[in-house]
Design a protein around this ligand. Structure first.
Ligand SMILES: Cc1ncc(COP(=O)(O)O)c(C=O)c1O
Length: 462
């Protein structure tokens, strides 16, 4: 076993050594291992600002903020110091058994300050998946305590992503994940508000309304007295940055209000500024009962998740609930909370939410739109700093590629080889750069995108 004096990276192993050890010992998330073993993994060894560097020294612009999380960029000494100082003082203690600690308490009150007035309380978890598991527990507990235990169905959406634990995978709407897990009962999936993926016979606004109405239809089919909650990402991220038409969320809110269905806004990606407002719910004007969050709360520097719980629900859980038999060893981990406090302080001090709303957001959106002129691009869409390009075989009328061709992955591979990480979701290329993206980095992102669209187009027509 190697003795580690500085960082693991400084052990002096070659890229090939890392790749070999990785192949032999490491099972990766969301990976076809047999396929990876043929190609070998790309070893990312360091990062600074808005760039990552691989073990060969290639400098790559991070158009995905890691996994939609490194919102304040890499190399923030303040976050490193916050973790180190907290670890020196109190590296771990739990919040079970009538204990608490200052970082968890301080963060809980900061979260209240940045969220809508109905949120006054937070339950901490270690990840987005755990946060959504927590919500399922709380929703069921709430309706039991309200003497309506038959309200146990949760309505979600096809192609939604809410995490990868059994409960979160069931809640999500990803068929390939459902096929590989046992499914939690009483979860029903309705259509997603994906206008570009529809036959486009309705205007986007009509389509948004019609898709929301499906929720009402489903509530009526099941019986309103059996429906506990509706969950949705304000903008579906992993599903391909599906930005709903403006009519969608107001109608969903109206339906939830009318039928007394709890609204869960999954803010794991959209929380803490990604859309140019603190939360996606603020952007779309909903007033949810729960907001699960993770990722951007620490800008990914340490793992942390949680659930903001509305006063209406929290009051019932507290006043009527007795002990809630739920929690995680790392609920409110002190070092993670200390990093979150420092991270939210940076976001506020540097005005990063406003920067996305008024400055770099509109700039990148306008530049992103110019990619629509490329012959491969059927649609560009972006809200805040979260966007997608739809790659198509023909623009008018729209003709999609055969999914077996893997055109999205073809383009994604060219992007990374040319120094830009974006992600392929089917034939969409999605991007979510750090909030600190500069104007010249935004230009670089667009120039490299155009170049790699060209390379993909040439490869397809060779
Ligand atoms: C909207 C949403 N919810 C939940 C999750 C799960 O979060 P985690 O990977 O931290 O468990 C994700 C992860 O991408 C997500 O995008």
């Amino acid at each position: 076993m190697a003795a580690i004096e500085k960082t693991v990276n400084q052990l002096g192993r070659s890229r090939e050594d890392w790749q070999e050890l990785d192949k032999e010992h490491h099972l990766h998330p969301f990976t076809d291992h047999k396929d990876l073993h043929k190609k070998r993994s790309r070893i990312i060894s360091r990062a600074a600002g808005n760039y990552i560097f691989d073990a060969d020294g290639n400098k790559i612009l991070d158009g995905m903020s890691g996994l939609w999380c490194v919102n304040v960029g890499y190399g923030r000494e303040e976050l490193v110091e916050a973790a180190a100082a907290q670890m020196r003082e109190l590296p771990y203690y739990n919040n079970f058994f009538q204990c608490s600690h200052p970082p968890a308490i301080e963060l809980a009150s900061m979260l209240r300050d940045v969220s809508q007035p109905q949120f006054n309380r937070v339950f901490f978890a270690g990840s987005g998946s755990e946060s959504n598991d927590t919500i399922i527990r709380m929703v069921h507990r709430y309706w039991d305590l309200m003497d309506q235990p038959e309200r146990h169905t949760i309505i979600s959406r096809k192609n939604a992503y809410h995490g990868s634990t059994v409960a979160a995978a069931s809640l999500g709407g990803m068929k390939p994940m459902h096929d590989q897990t046992i499914m939690l009962p009483d979860i029903v999936h309705v259509d997603q508000p994906y206008w570009f993926g529809s036959d486009q016979s309705l205007t986007p606004d009509e389509f948004g309304l019609a898709t929301a109405k499906q929720l009402e239809q489903t509530i009526n089919d099941i019986g309103a007295d059996k429906v506990a909650a509706f969950i949705g990402e304000p903008v579906q991220g992993a599903g391909g940055v599906i930005i709903p038409p403006a009519t969608y969320w107001p109608e969903v809110q109206k339906i939830c209000d009318e039928y007394g269905v709890l609204l869960i806004s999954d803010e794991v990606i959209t929380g803490f500024g990604r859309l140019g407002e603190w939360f996606g719910a603020d952007y779309f004007g909903t007033q949810p009962d729960f907001m699960p969050f993770a990722k951007g709360v620490t800008s990914g520097y340490l793992p942390l998740g949680g659930v903001l719980v509305s006063n209406q629900v929290a009051t019932v859980l507290i006043d009527k609930g007795g002990e809630f038999y739920h929690g995680y060893t790392y609920s409110g981990h002190p070092a993670s909370c200390a990093v979150a406090i420092a991270n939210l302080t940076i976001i506020e001090r540097e005005g990063l939410v406003e920067r996305i709303r008024d400055d770099i957001g509109p700039y990148l959106q306008q530049r992103w739109q110019t990619l629509a002129e490329h012959p491969l691009v059927g649609e560009t869409r972006m809200v805040g700093l979260m966007g997608a390009l739809e790659l198509v075989k023909n623009k008018e009328p729209i003709e999609r590629f055969d999914s077996k061709q893997g055109v999205g992955s073809l383009c994604r591979d060219r992007l990374i080889d040319n120094g830009l990480v974006m992600r392929a979701v089917g034939d969409s290329i999605v991007c979510a750069p750090p909030f600190t993206l500069s104007y010249s980095e935004a230009d670089e992102l667009i120039e490299k995108s155009w170049k790699c669209l060209d390379l993909t187009y040439k490869a397809l027509n060779a």
